[in-house]
Design a protein around this ligand. Sequence first.
Ligand code: HCA
Ligand code: CU
Length: 377
Amino acid sequence: MKRIFILDTTLREGEQTPGVSFTVAQKLEIARALDSIGIDMIELGHPTISKDIDEFIKAVVKENIKAELVVHCRACDKDIDAALSTGVDRIAIFLGSSKVHLHKKLEMDIGRAIELVYKSVKRVAESGLKVRFTAEDATRADLDALIEICHAAVDAGADRISLPDTVGIALPDEVRSLFRKMKKEFGVSLDAHCHNDLGLAIANSLAAFEGGADCIHVTVNGLGERAGITPLCNLAVALKILYGIDTVDLKGLTGLAHMVEEFSGVKVPMNRPVIGENTFSHKAGVHTSGVLKDPSTYEPFSPELINRDRRIIVDKFAGRRAVKARLQRLGIELEDKDIARIVDEIKNGLHPSYSDEELLSLTNNFSGGEKDGKEIC
Ligand code: HCA
Ligand code: CU
C-alpha cells in the first residue's frame, strides 16, 4: 500500500492564524501530542521571528520526539544561521516562485531567485542537515520557471520540494497534474501544502496525493493564514475512508483537536467535518429512525473510528424511535403508548433541543414525577 507522510505545521502556519499565539509550554504539549499519534514531521516555526519561538525550538529538540523536526526559514544567511543553531533534523527554505511573488514582493528576477535558492540550500546541505525547498505560490508559477528553480534546489542538495497552493486558488485537476509533471521531472519527495481560501484544501491535498505527493501538510483544526490550510482530522479520516490508508492514530484526533481549540482560542464550528459537534448528530425522524436501525444509513463512517459518540437529537422533528432510543440510553423503558404521548407533547412545543435532563423531566411529568426511570415502567 502507498505510504504517505503527514507534516503538521500547527506550530508554524497554525500560529500565523490572526489572534493566535501559543506559549512555549502549550507548544511543547502540542508537539508531544502530535508525536504520540504518530505524525511524521513537525514544522516548528521561524527562529528569527521572536525570542519565544527560538526558545521553544531549542526546547523541543531536547525532548524525546520521534517525528522529524523541521524549521522553516527564508533564503537568507540570517535565517539560516538561526535555523542551524537550533539542532533540528531538517531546514525548509522557502522563496516565491510565481511572477507576482518574484517581481512584486521580492523585487527580483528568476535568475537572482535561482542563485539564492542554490546558495541557501547548498549551505544547509553542506552542514549535514536535510533540506526541503518550498517554491512558494507554486500553483500560480510559470511551469518552466518553477522547474528551473526546483532544479537549482535539488542540484544543491534538497531531498524534498514543497509545492504550495499558497492562496488556495488551484482546482484539484490542476494540482494533480502539477504533481504528476513534477514527479516525472524530479526524483525527490514532493510535499503538498494547500490553503483553504475556496474551501478546496482537502480536495487539493487528495488530488496532490493522487498525483504523486509523498507528504501532505496539515494543521490541527485547519489553522493558518486567512482561511487556514488542510485540517489534520479531516485529511487523516479521508485517507482512511476513501483510500484505506493508515496515517496517524485516529483515536487520538479528538483529544488533540480539543487541546488546540483551547490553546488557540479558535472555536471549532459545530458543522466542521469529522470534529464538529454535529458530525454524528441525527435529527429528522427519517434520519434517526434509519440510523437506529443501521448507522450506515446516514453515517459515512462510525464515530468510534475517532473515539466519538453518536447523538440522537430530540425536538419537534423527532419520532418515536428517537425518543425511545434516548430514553433507553438513560435506562428508561416505556411502553409505546407512553412514548407516543411524549412525542406528541414535544411536537406541540417549540423547544429547540431536549437535553437529557429536560427529557427526563418531561418524562417524569407524564408519569407523575417519579425520579427513577426503571420505576416508570
Ligand atoms: C509561508 C508560506 C507557505 C509556505 C508553505 C511551505 C505557503 O507562510 O511562509 O513551506 O510548504 O503557503 O506558501 O505557508
Ligand atoms: Cu501556507
